[in-house]
Write a protein that binds this ligand. Structure first.
Ligand SMILES: Nc1ncnc2c1ncn2[C@@H]1O[C@H](COP(=O)(O)OP(=O)(O)OP(=O)(O)O)[C@@H](O)[C@H]1O
Ligand SMILES: [Mg+2]
Length: 362
């Protein structure tokens, strides 16, 4: 596989990382209790992930655990039926078929389809797609994440080996294959994935000559309404046809903005594209939230940019700000969302808070 494979398989590096995680977890253990006030489900999910990442006997804030959830897991610290963690700490997500999906535990009401979009590269779209989806899944929501980027960062970041994927979102867009035949269920608690492989790179060009080329994703994900609470689409860094498909398919948009120089560069163009799609193809399209990412509170620049963005977008900006943390950049190379990789750290807390805000916004 790629560059990160060496890192994943490097036991020494993994051991160092998990050692650091433990220390940081110990440090932040007491702080974390206050964040964990949402729901029993969340506590269970957190306690569950702690079982996998913390050594046996580690004190944890899991008073609220549900004994029923625990029984089959007792005495097994490093194994979850949903996935395996190999000896180097890399999560190996099994590629199951949709028919093997765990039964949904609640009645899904209306489905919200949200595209995570910004044609600027490297602003935190995929990081947000993975970690927000996983946090909502752990809170008991049913979530589908569509990787619409040929880079496939979201797919590999969730521990899926792209070389083993036989059908990806390309097949839905260009061949009309139903998503049920493509979805990899249960990549995390409550989270299913529509993967992307390099095949998708051809879609941008191939779609040009197709009929109803802007509506392909809308038709595909529209068929899944009623099966998920949230469907997220992770967009590529361009305003090409794939992104137009994401604009047409979405009810709402989340726009991550990196708190750095030129943060708002390109946002005007994105808003123009949004308006164009709204007037012609998707009249209900609107911004769900602007998300400030990679925030470093120690720098004046980060604070100034955050203030500027809040000034420009007002209440559209999420209260939650995603901090810059090394753990967030490491977690995809271990195939895990931050809530599994570093459940008590700043990144997991931020994405859990974002998930709560997303639920509150309705
Ligand atoms: N809050 C954060 N703290 C530290 N590193 C981060 C954070 N968010 C993202 N990163 C890192 O920054 C890089 C870009 O993030 P990400 O891949 O999420 O951006 P993107 O907008 O999806 O990029 P692209 O446009 O290429 O798809 C990645 O290496 C990621 O691990
Ligand atoms: Mg990305």
């Amino acid at each position: 596989m790629g560059f990160f494979d060496g890192l994943r398989r490097n036991k020494k590096a993994a051991a160092t990382v998990s050692e650091e995680s433990k220390k940081e977890a110990e440090k932040s253990d007491s702080k974390d209790v206050s964040v964990d006030d949402s729901s029993t489900e969340k506590k269970e999910a957190q306690a569950d992930t702690e079982q996998k990442t913390e050594p046996a006997g580690e004190e944890s804030n899991s008073e609220g655990e549900n004994p029923e959830e625990e029984d089959s897991e007792e005495g097994v610290d490093d194994y979850d039926p949903a996935y395996e963690v190999d000896e180097s700490g890399f999560k190996v997500t099994p590629i199951k078929s949709y028919s093997e999906k765990k039964p949904v535990q609640h009645v899904v009401g209306s489905t919200k389809i949200i595209s995570i979009i910004n044609q600027k590269g490297g602003v935190g779209k995929s990081t947000t797609a993975i970690n927000l989806s996983a946090a909502l899944g752990e809170m008991g929501k049913q979530v589908l994440l569509v990787d619409l980027d040929p880079q496939g960062n979201t797919t590999s970041g969730l521990g899926v080996d792209k070389s083993q994927v036989t059908q990806c979102v390309y097949n839905a867009l260009l061949e009309g294959v139903p998503l049920e035949e493509i979805i990899i269920p249960d990549v995390c608690d409550g989270l299913d994935l529509v993967p992307a492989t390099i095949n998708l790179a051809g879609a941008e060009v191939e779609l040009v000559s197709e009929m109803a080329r802007e509506n392909r994703l809308k038709d595909a994900v529209g068929a899944m309404r009623g099966k998920y609470d949230y469907i997220f689409v992770d967009c590529p860094p361009s305003l090409g046809l794939l992104t137009v498909n994401a604009l047409v398919a979405a009810d709402k948009l989340i726009i991550p903005i990196q708190t750095e120089f030129y943060a708002l560069e390109g946002v005007t163009k994105l808003l123009e594209s949004m308006k164009r799609v709204k007037s012609r193809l998707n009249s209900q399209l609107d911004i769900f939230g602007i998300l400030l990412t990679m925030y470093d509170g120690r720098t004046t620049l980060s604070r100034q940019v955050a203030a500027e963005v809040r000034n420009y977008f007002g209440a559209k900006v999420f209260e939650t700000i995603i901090p810059r943390t090394v753990k967030l950049s490491e977690s995809p190379s271990y195939g895990m969302p931050i809530t599994q990789y570093d459940p008590t750290g700043k990144g997991a807390i931020a994405y859990t808070n974002l998930a709560k805000e997303v639920i509150e916004r309705g």
